[in-house]
Design a protein around this ligand. Structure first.
Ligand SMILES: CCCCCCCCCCCC(=O)SCCNC(=O)CCNC(=O)[C@H](O)C(C)(C)COP(=O)(O)OP(=O)(O)OC[C@H]1O[C@@H](n2cnc3c(N)ncnc32)[C@H](O)[C@@H]1OP(=O)(O)O
Length: 160
């Protein structure tokens, strides 16, 4: 039985894989993420977007923030061993995220209906909430990936 790479350290989440655009150490845009699992479900942590992620100079790009939201929402599910893809992602920007600003994050499953799970991600800076994201994630069978020619290098990543 393979072990999810995310669940090997007590409470701490590690990168999904080396080349993940958001969390992978080989990514030139790797985002500083320190995610932890406080309990059975949901995650908390710290996030810092830096100059590589800016849109307006000094302000994090909304697309980079959305990628981080997708990443964190996905982490909630992969640590539970759920095999899924994101079907829809909404990101509400309440206030600018400055590059270099340390954010706290919390994420949890809001609802589960059949194959659909909605995961909420909240990001907050020192002055309060800056982003709320909602990811609609749909459970998929292994064949979702194998029919695309992808094998255990993908399917094993979701844990068991
Ligand atoms: C550890 C490894 C690394 C993991 C890394 C983890 C961190 C990063 C996370 C990244 C995650 C991604 O970016 S994943 C990559 C980006 N996303 C994708 O590639 C997904 C592309 N889309 C698809 O493959 C497909 O459309 C699916 C699988 C989402 C749905 O197709 P399907 O399997 O045929 O299912 P279908 O019957 O259409 O839909 C199932 C139910 O979901 C609903 N539904 C489907 N799409 C939507 C939608 N956009 N908005 C609302 N609802 C929707 C349907 O109405 C239905 O509801 P009902 O009738 O049952 O009520």
């Amino acid at each position: 039985m393979s072990t999810s790479p995310e669940t090997t350290i007590a409470g701490a989440l590690t990168p999904h894989h080396d080349r993940c655009f958001v969390c992978g150490p080989c990514s030139p845009a790797q985002v500083e993420l320190d995610l932890r699992c406080p309990g059975e479900e949901g995650i908390v942590g710290d996030v810092v977007l830096d100059a590589r992620h800016q849109g307006v100079p000094g302000i994090a790009h909304g697309g980079a923030i959305a990628a981080v939201v997708d990443e964190i929402a996905g982490s909630v599910l992969t640590r539970l061993g759920v095999r899924f893809v994101t079907a829809s992602l909404t990101t509400t920007y309440h206030a600018p995220v400055m590059t270099g600003e340390r954010l706290t994050c919390s994420a949890w499953i809001e609802s589960t209906v059949g194959r659909k799970r909605t995961v909420v991600v909240e990001l907050a800076g020192a002055a309060g909430r800056v982003v709320t994201g909602r990811a609609l994630c749909v459970d998929v069978p292994e064949e979702h990936f194998t029919r695309l020619g992808l094998g255990s290098e993908v399917t094993d990543l979701f844990g068991r």
